[in-house]
Design a protein around this ligand. Structure first.
Ligand code: SF4
Length: 406
């Protein structure tokens, strides 16, 4: 039983103007100095005597510089600057399903910088959630939120700059999804389409989320970002830049430009800006320094056609949700060379996800509970969504059965 809380987006004292927000860019001095430089441009006196929660992206077990997780030196600089401004600081994360957050903190180098500064690292999933209503929601009407978000005075979103296979980009607005409690994050990937809308329900859900869950400050880590198949199967991309803004939409819009795209092309940013949750129109932003665009370097977009990325693998996808798509794409990225070992007599592999009504070829790899009605014809991997290790286990069993039959 949860208490349904109302979450007010109060006036943000760090925001100098909501109509013409300021954004600051630093480039070329490494993660620690870039971050210090941009934060020194922000008037931080409102945080004196307050509690500040830093929310980096440490949702996966990955090393610094991989482009998957926020660089620890960006967080180190944020801890130092907020403390110097008189705040009490902690770092928190709620990782993706199946990830041990302590392991993720350690691998990302976050534990080392926090321990050195005696700064608390919080597993935001360890306590019960707060259920928050989303009155302006189109596809979600309540959210299970980690309690720290309600308890701290300021929340700072510190994402790593990435392209994203489902949402186009993942930056400060979307990074707040890591404040959703435990498995409830996945629910945003499993929503039905909204009647009359051509936008993916995931993108509408992120805009819905940002109506109640917006950071007070965005620090976007572009030290090493990720291009292509983000959030974790793309290629690392060095930029050596950090972007800061109290309007997360505005900071995201500048980061999009640095990645060679426009915020208007990123559906959750367009939708949120249309609803007035922030400004993405560059003509209305006050960006410092004037030559900030010199830091730009295009990030390759996620591929639209997976067959180019994974030749000889045909994916039949009918009405799947992005949770199963993510599992499959990550699995293929990791095992694309080895997977053919499990199908020694086949030059092509068929894989199905979602609620397929049509006939599938004999021997299809069936990923997820939605494919269960075809299980007699193929290799079935249960789960909603399954994880990569379950796909590997099903393939190993299949190979074992084939060897037994010989
Ligand atoms: S099995 Fe996959 S496609 Fe089906 S509901 Fe679950 S996550 Fe979505």
């Amino acid at each position: 039983m949860y208490i349904l809380a109302q979450m007010e987006i109060a006036n943000n004292p760090l925001l100098s103007s909501s109509t013409h927000p300021s954004v600051f860019v630093a480039h070329g001095s490494g993660p620690y100095d870039n971050t210090r430089r941009v934060l020194e441009s922000v008037e931080l006196s409102p945080v004196r005597g307050k509690r500040v929660l830093l929310k980096p992206n440490v949702g996966r077990v990955a090393s610094p510089g991989s482009g998957i997780v926020t660089h620890p030196e960006v967080v180190a600089a944020a801890i130092d600057v907020f403390r110097e401004a008189g705040a009490e600081v902690a770092v928190g994360e709620s990782p993706i399903v199946g990830v041990d957050v302590q392991e993720a903190f350690e691998a990302a180098g976050m534990k080392a910088v926090a321990d050195k500064r005696d700064c608390p690292l919080i597993d935001m999933d360890r306590r019960p959630c707060v259920k928050v209503s989303v009155p302006e929601g189109k596809v979600i009407h309540s959210l299970k939120v980690c309690p720290e978000v309600m308890e701290f005075d300021f929340v700072v979103s510190i994402p790593v700059m990435k392209r994203h296979m489902h949402t186009g980009a993942t930056l400060a607005v979307k990074n707040m999804k890591g404040c959703l409690w435990r498995r409830s994050k996945v629910e945003l990937h499993m929503l039905p389409a909204l009647a009359g809308s051509t936008d993916k329900p995931l993108n509408i859900a992120i805009a819905d989320m940002s109506s109640v869950l917006r950071p007070d400050l965005a620090i976007i880590d572009g030290t090493v970002g990720m291009e292509g198949l983000g959030p974790s199967a793309g290629r690392p991309k060095s930029l050596d830049a950090v972007v800061v803004g109290a309007d997360a939409f505005a900071a995201d819009a500048v980061a999009c430009q640095l990645m060679g795209t426009a915020a208007e092309q990123i559906p959750h940013l367009r939708l949120g800006a249309e609803r007035g949750y922030g400004v993405i129109d560059l003509d209305r932003l006050d960006v410092t320094p004037n030559d900030w665009r010199d830091a730009a370097s295009p990030f390759a977009a996620p591929p639209e056609n997976l067959t180019i990325e994974f030749p000889n693998i045909t994916v039949t996808d009918q009405n799947s949700c992005s949770a199963c798509q993510s599992t499959l794409i990550l699995f293929l990225s990791r095992y694309k060379d080895r997977i053919f070992d499990y199908f020694p007599s086949q030059g092509k592999i068929h894989i199905a996800i979602g609620k397929n009504e049509t006939e599938l070829p004999e021997g299809t790899l069936l990923v997820g509970n939605c494919t269960a009605n075809h299980r007699d014809k193929g290799i079935f991997v249960p789960g909603c969504p399954p994880v990569g290790s379950q796909i590997l286990a099903a393939l190993t069993d299949h190979k074992h059965d084939q060897n037994e039959e010989k």
